[in-house]
Design a protein. Structure first.
Length: 389
């Protein structure tokens, strides 16, 4: 009886050790690839190329850091850049080249490229990370994509309400809208819900902004909101100033216009204006301060990074964590299985250590605070923070 019991114990211990070994191997499986190749789709040419240059720098910087510290599961990460030129058709063509063989795709960034390329990702049941495209666009393609931008219904209303509270004299508002991006139009609709009267002045390519501002002023508004590209936003504010709008606190700027170009072209006209945002790049978080110092060295002419800088930097690190936590090997025979695991990890990771702050992902959408800033001496100052629900 004792011999049988002894054999049972030995076998049980051996089985436990074997299971532990198998589990450990599954968690930290050895990659079969020599390097992790990830296609990255971004507008490197076209009207948004300046934004794209900064996003590419941030993505490349994350790759440099990761490879310098040993890579992903001991193997280097290599990006394959594909230019979408803000063209949906070009984005679709570039996605088609890589979708069948990729564990993940970085991008496509921007609403038009996302709308052009993501249907192909969905059809192939693959996984893409258009993290700095508008949430309203990206969630059309769940569960095959993730977004780091919180939906406008979560960040817009608290910030607009706080702006009005700080300007109680504002009763009617003229809204400048440049509907070049579908998410801009969604923003405009959400803004309208916060006012009794909100005449919308739509912009278009090549429009004379002076005439647009005259049209807005004829409405006799108490305040102005600007949903436009940075260049147009700066010009609108200058035109408003020429027509007597000296109190810039009556102006609220939306997130995508908060770009280095706005501060470069609008210098001398912006002080007092408010900016609503879903990122706080004025934080003193050590990781962000280290990245920001590198950014300033790379772009000495700018002080305020584009919103894609922290998002796309975090995207690379999230992919690294997903590969290592799921034990992905890069084995082409396991592509579907490993791609699904990486996708689900990114969609629901908790407490991800982002460069600005730690955040959760819930069903593909980031949970982050929203913020209201005011511009002083041509730089943003944080005035209010709104925690996620």
């Amino acid at each position: 009886m004792r011999k049988m019991l002894g054999k049972f114990v030995v076998c049980s211990v051996a089985l436990a050790v074997s299971m532990l070994f198998i589990t450990s191997f599954a968690i930290g499986a050895t990659p079969v690839v020599k390097e992790w190749k990830v296609p990255s789709l971004l507008f490197l040419t076209g009207p948004w190329a300046g934004f794209g240059t900064q996003v590419k720098w941030a993505t490349d910087e994350a790759v440099r850091e990761i490879n310098a510290s040993g890579g992903i599961a001991g193997k280097p990460l290599v990006l394959e850049w594909h230019d979408t030129g803000v063209d949906p058709a070009k984005s679709a063509a570039e996605v088609s080249k890589v979708v069948k063989s990729s564990l993940a795709i970085f991008g496509p960034i921007g609403a038009p490229p996302t709308k052009g390329g993501m249907p192909i990702v969905v059809r192939e049941k693959a996984f893409a990370m258009p993290v700095s495209s508008g949430a309203e666009v990206v969630r059309e393609f769940f569960p095959y994509a993730v977004s780091f931008i919180i939906p406008c219904e979560e960040h817009l209303a608290p910030a607009v309400t706080a702006w009005i509270r700080r300007n109680p004299s504002i009763k009617t508002v003229a809204q400048f809208l440049f509907p070049i991006d579908p998410s801009f139009a969604t923003d405009a609709v959400e803004e309208k819900k916060t006012f009794d009267k909100l005449p919308t002045i739509e912009l278009s390519e090549g429009v004379d902004l002076a005439s647009v501002v005259v049209k807005a002023m004829a409405q006799k508004p108490d305040g102005f909101t600007i949903i436009a590209l940075p260049v147009d936003a700066a010009k609108i504010i200058q035109e408003l100033d020429k027509r007597g709008v000296k109190d810039k606190s009556k102006i609220l700027i939306f997130p995508a216009a908060d770009d280095p170009t706005l501060y470069e072209l609008g210098k001398g006209y912006l002080d007092g204006a408010y900016v609503r945002h879903f990122l706080n790049m004025t934080t003193k978080a050590p990781k962000w301060q280290a990245l920001y110092a590198k950014y300033r060295k790379a772009f000495p002419e700018f002080t305020a990074p584009s919103l894609g800088v922290p998002y796309d930097y975090d995207m690379v690190y999230m992919f690294k964590a997903a590969v290592e936590k799921t034990g992905a090997t890069g084995d082409p025979k396991k592509l579907v299985e490993e791609r699904d695991k990486i996708r689900e990890y990114c969609r629901n990771v908790k407490g991800f250590p982002g460069v600005l702050l730690n955040f959760d992902m819930v069903d593909g959408m980031a949970k982050m605070p929203a913020f209201l800033f005011q511009i002083t001496n041509n730089e943003k100052q944080l005035v209010e923070t709104f925690q996620p629900k």
